[in-house]
Design a protein around this ligand. Structure first.
Ligand SMILES: *Cc1c(COP(=O)(O)O)cnc(C)c1O
Ligand SMILES: [Zn+2]
Length: 389
């Protein structure tokens, strides 16, 4: 029998008040507490019906985790080849740092050159299944490129609002995909205001991160892949360049689901949020012991994906950091540029500045021994350096 795997999606749940929502309807976020909704799956049944080994035998890509993704009808599982990016050892940088178990998950190999492809692929696919025919997004850059590509793939229109000083590659890729590009005087929060106005006026569906439930599900697959790559164990430390925190929250959710399935144990990596000194709302809140991150004034950094001054899922990001025994730290643009050169010249990986920031942060965490030399550490390179030239 050759049937496509089916989704075990059951319902949506507010991360703060626990209110549940019908996953068969188009949903946004919890209207009571303005918090993200999380997709829930019948994990007990999946545990009884599937084994972790069967996923390895499937064709490569994000959709091999279909049981743990929200799209019910396989014909809506659109793809441009996202997911299953390599987990590469960093032998030369590792030797220099005295760290024999240092890795990078190289998300630059995704369609549109960043891991935004995973999230937008899942969100667009599920929204199409639920009847959406026109999309809108505010973006710091790469999310707009990814939405434009997946909307183009599906043959539906998309409206992209991005700061006027976003890297040129992000603007060109949006226009090349035939999407409607709006350059905004301001930052992503200003773009979000204009995008929301467009959505309200025209009925477009807003796929801002965490303002719909499924971008997080796409990015969750990074956590599934990591567990599988390490033989169903997890690394000791994950360093993640944090803007809206989608991937960090998504991976944290993936680990909980894997444990509920009995595919991993209770051990968790220490999760580290890396931000830029010019925009570090999560770092500040983490240091202050605050459950919420305040808006960061005058945000500036060359790592445009980290230029997210207001974090909608701040509570979820901070909770994951704290539950994991993790950390949060900011690095300077000078350190980011130097780390970018080291990754390219030392390992052949031309990383996005956001990804390079994790190497800069690693140096600090090794210097003060927060990370031990023999620990297994994964850096996330979230995009390609080519998108910033
Ligand atoms: C969007 C983006 C980030 C931040 O991602 P979140 O999951 O929203 O925190 C990091 N790096 C790059 C290259 C990005 O495009
Ligand atoms: Zn709620």
């Amino acid at each position: 029998m050759n049937t496509a795997p089916h989704s075990y999606l059951t319902h949506l749940e507010c991360t703060e008040c626990g209110r549940t929502f019908d996953a068969g309807q188009l949903q946004t976020f919890c209207p009571d507490c303005r918090s993200p909704l999380m997709a829930r799956y019948d994990l007990a049944r999946l545990r009884a019906e599937a084994s972790r080994e069967q996923f390895a035998a499937r064709p490569r890509g994000m959709w091999r985790w279909a049981e743990l993704l929200p799209v019910r009808d396989p014909q809506f599982r659109l793809t441009l080849g996202e997911g299953d990016c390599p987990l590469l050892p960093l032998p030369r940088l590792g030797a220099e740092l005295g760290m024999p178990r240092l890795f990078v998950k190289d998300e630059a190999l995704n369609p549109t050159g960043s891991f935004k492809a995973r999230g937008l692929c899942a969100a667009v696919a599920r929204a199409l299944e639920l009847g959406v025919r026109e999309f809108v997004i505010p973006t710091a850059g790469n999310a707009g490129g990814a939405l434009a590509a997946y909307a183009g793939r599906a043959g539906v229109p998309a409206h992209i609002y991005m700061p006027a000083d976003t890297p040129r590659a992000n603007q060109v890729e949006v226009q090349a995909a035939g999407a409607d590009l709006h350059l905004v005087d301001g930052l992503i929060n200003d773009a979000a205001r204009e995008a929301a106005a467009g959505a309200a006026a025209h009925g477009w569906f807003d796929v801002s991160t965490f303002k719909e439930p499924y971008r997080c599900e796409g990015k969750k697959t990074m956590g599934l892949e990591l567990a599988e790559s390490f033989g169903w164990r997890l690394p000791d430390v994950i360093l993640y360049p944090t803007g809206g925190g989608t991937g960090l929250v998504g991976m944290w959710k993936a680990f909980a689901e894997l444990e509920a399935l009995g595919w991993i144990g209770p051990e968790r990596p220490r999760m580290v949020s890396v931000q830029a000194e010019g925009c570090a709302p999560i770092v500040r809140a983490f240091r202050q012991g605050s459950p919420r991150a305040e808006f960061w004034q005058d945000a500036h950094t060359l790592a445009s994906g980290l230029r997210v001054p207001g974090v909608f899922a701040d509570r979820q990001v901070l909770r994951a950091l704290r539950e994991s025994g993790g950390a949060a730290l900011a690095v300077s643009d000078e350190e980011i540029t130097a780390a970018q050169r080291e990754l390219a010249a030392g390992e052949g990986i031309f990383a996005a500045p956001e990804g390079a920031a994790t190497l800069a942060a690693l140096r600090h965490l090794r210097e003060n021994d927060w990370i031990a030399a023999d620990e297994t550490v994964v850096l996330f390179n979230t995009g390609s350096g080519l998108k910033y030239i």
